[in-house]
Design a protein around this ligand. Structure first.
Ligand SMILES: C[S@@+](CC[C@H](N)C(=O)[O-])C[C@H]1O[C@@H](n2cnc3c(N)ncnc32)[C@H](O)[C@@H]1O
Length: 280
C-alpha cells in the first residue's frame, strides 16, 4: 500500500547535507522569539524522514506544533505510521491548490519546504498560499530545484506517446521554473505579488548529488503519481517500460543487455534557496 512512500523513505535522503546547510544558515539568521511558542509548517514533507532527521534538530526548543503536509495522501499515511514525535501532526495539503483551509490560515510563525516547489504548477499561487499560512511577520525558507525537472520533462515526452497522452496532456508544454533569462526578476515579482518580502535568496546552478543510477530512478518512480492515480493496472507494465525509456536521457541511465548499469552519477540539481517573510 505504501510502496512508493517506502521507496522514497529509503532513497530520498540524497539532499540531506544541502538541506542541513541551507536551513541551518537561514534559521541562524531568523528573528526568533524565545518567549512565545512557535507554530511550524513543512510543505511537501514526503515520507517525513528529512523533516525528522534534518529540520527538527535545527529548530529552537520553543516549538508548539509542527504540521507536516503533503499533497499525496499515501505519503501522509506512511509518515504517520513511521514517525512518532509528540509535536508533529500530519495533514494532506496541496500548496498549489485553490483554497487553504481556514484553520491553517494565519497560523504559522515559520514555514519550510525542501524540494517540493518544483512540482507545483502555479508558483505564484503557491507563494500566495504560503503567505496565507503565515502569521504577519512569519518567515519562510524554501529550497527547491529550478531550471530542470526530470519528472515533468519525462511526462512532456510521454505526452507524445499515444497510449499515455491522455494522462500527460497538462505537461505537453511544460517549462521548468526559473528557466527565463532573468530569474531574479521573476522571483522578485512572484514574492512581491504574494505579499512577501525577500530577505535573501541564492540560485545555486552547480549543486549536484552523487547517487547510484538505479536509486535515482527509484526516487523518480516513487514520485510518479500519474502511474498510481491514473494508469489502469493491466497497462502499468507497459507504462513502466515507457517511463524508464523516457526518463533515461534526463537522468543519464545506461543499459547493458537491457539492464541498467548501476554506477553512481553526479546528477545536477540546480537549486534555488529563498528566505522571505510575510508583510505586516
Ligand atoms: C522530492 S519530495 C521532497 C520530500 C521532502 N521535503 C524531502 O526533502 O525529502 C517532494 C514532495 O512534494 C510533494 N508535493 C508535490 N506537489 C505538491 C503540492 N502541490 N503540494 C504539497 N506537496 C506536494 C510530493 O508528494 C512529494 O512528497
Amino acid at each position: 500500500m505504501f510502496k512508493n512512500a517506502l521507496k522514497y523513505y529509503k532513497f530520498g535522503k540524497y539532499h540531506a547535507e544541502k538541506m542541513k546547510f541551507e536551513y541551518g544558515k537561514i534559521i541562524g539568521s531568523m528573528n526568533l522569539t524565545k518567549n512565545d511558542e512557535l507554530s511550524v509548517v513543512d510543505i511537501g514533507s514526503g515520507s517525513g524522514r528529512l523533516l525528522h532527521e534534518v529540520l527538527i534538530p535545527l529548530l529552537p526548543k520553543n516549538i508548539k506544533e509542527i504540521v507536516a503536509t503533503d499533497i499525496d495522501e499515501k505519503m501522509i499515511d506512511f509518515s504517520r505510521s513511521v514517525n512518532e514525535h509528540p509535536k508533529v501532526i500530519f495533514n494532506v495539503l496541496d500548496i498549489g491548490g485553490e483554497k487553504i483551509p481556514l484553520h491553517f490560515q494565519n497560523r504559522f510563525d515559520l514555514l519550510f519546504s525542501s524540494y517540493c516547489f518544483q512540482y507545483v504548477r502555479d508558483l505564484g499561487r503557491a507563494f500566495s498560499n504560503c503567505e496565507k499560512l503565515l502569521k504577519p511577520n512569519g518567515e519562510l525558507a524554501l529550497i527547491f530545484q529550478c531550471k530542470t525537472n526530470a519528472l515533468y520533462s519525462t511526462y512532456k515526452k510521454m505526452s507524445r506517446i499515444d497510449e499515455w497522452k491522455l494522462y500527460m496532456k497538462e505537461y505537453a508544454n511544460f517549462v521548468p521554473c526559473f528557466s527565463d533569462p532573468d530569474p531574479d526578476s521573476e522571483l522578485r515579482n512572484i514574492t512581491e505579488n504574494a505579499g512577501l518580502t525577500l530577505i535573501n535568496y541564492n540560485f545555486d546552478p552547480e549543486f549536484y548529488i552523487t547517487i547510484p543510477r538505479k536509486q535515482l530512478l527509484g526516487i523518480y518512480q516513487s514520485l510518479d503519481n500519474i502511474k498510481l492515480a491514473a494508469v489502469p493496472k493491466d497497462q502499468q507494465e507497459d507504462y513502466n517500460r515507457d517511463f524508464v525509456r523516457s526518463i533515461a536521457e534526463e537522468i543519464d541511465l545506461r543499459f547493458s543487455n537491457g539492464r541498467i548499469i548501476d554506477e553512481p552519477i553526479n546528477f545536477q540539481v540546480p537549486t534555488v534557496i529563498i528566505h522571505a517573510k510575510k508583510n505586516k
